[in-house]
Design a protein around this ligand. Structure first.
Ligand code: NAP
Length: 245
């Protein structure tokens, strides 16, 4: 099976670093974004200039038809079925629980949870046919432990852990591995809303003394996708500098 990875939400941040890393590992990469089409196309361009195979597709993971079409288009462009799916696309907002609206609750579940559901169902038929494949979901330490003012976000990230474990059991007989990375505080656009001071505090509170980088998470994803992790399934790999120890 040709090494073809599709990474949802890969125009920026963690998804972008995962894409670069997987391309270095020899994967042909399908890049996905919602708004940042220019950034996604620029990344594909940059990778192709380095002799890698890459193509970018704009689609909302919350929209089953759109993300399925994007995955089909990636398979067409990259020359085969997706062998590694990374469910990375995600959104976060801070609200007091009593201020969470129906619209926000539905939207965050649609992107963070339904997005993975849609993308997995799009790649599964080929993986089941090949009796091979790998799925890595990006959860969060906030799905492992509680987070005040981020109840909706944390609940979606806990759901991804449940999805990972149960699906790993269901797919293990088909030799498809499903694992999860739970990042700590990673310095991307997503956390800039916290402000410089809070980010500095969070770095100080992290036993390893710094915020994580997108590349830290890319390394964890690359490990879980690698042959060396071939006996690992249903696992949650926490990459947080010791934050929740
Ligand atoms: P980010 O910098 O905000 O980037 C988010 C990426 O997801 C962008 O590429 C964005 O595309 C894409 N995206 C958002 N909604 C989408 C949708 N509906 N359909 C397709 N793509 C969509 O976030 P990040 O920090 O890299 O986070 C990536 C993942 O890691 C998320 O699942 C997040 O929950 C998780 N995580 C992050 C941290 C952290 O501290 N940063 C910690 C734990 C877990 P556009 O550019 O087109 O908007």
């Amino acid at each position: 099976m040709k090494k073809i990875a599709f990474i949802t939400g890969s125009s920026r941040g963690i998804g972008r670093a995962v894409t670069v890393r997987l391309a270095e590992e020899g994967y042909a990469v399908g890049i996905n974004c919602l708004h940042s089409k220019a950034l996604a196309e620029q990344l594909a361009e940059q990778l192709r200039a380095q002799g890698r195979e890459a193509a970018a597709f704009q689609a909302d993971v919350a929209d089953r038809a759109a993300i399925t079409a994007a995955i089909r288009a990636a398979e067409e462009a990259l020359g085969g079925p997706v062998s590694l799916l990374v469910n990375n696309a995600g959104i976060a907002e801070q609200h007091l629980f009593q201020d969470v609206t129906d619209a926000f609750w539905r939207r965050i579940f649609s992107v963070n949870v339904d997005g993975a559901f849609h993308a997995i169902q799009a790649v599964l038929p080929a993986m089941l046919h090949e009796k091979a494949g790998c799925i890595v979901n990006i959860s969060s330490i906030w799905g492992q432990r509680g987070a005040s003012c981020e109840v909706a976000y944390s609940t979606t990230k806990a759901a991804l852990i449940g999805l990972t474990r149960s699906l790993a059991m269901e797919l293990a007989p088909s030799h498809i591995r499903v694992n999860c990375v739970a990042p700590g505080v990673i310095n991307t656009d997503m956390v800039q809303v916290l402000g410089e001071e809070t980010l500095a505090d969070l770095a100080r509170e992290t036993p390893l003394g710094r915020l994580g980088t997108p590349e830290d998470i890319a390394n964890a994803v690359a490990f879980l996708a690698d042959e060396r992790a071939s006996f690992l399934t249903g696992q949650v790999l926490t990459a947080d500098g010791g934050f929740i120890l």
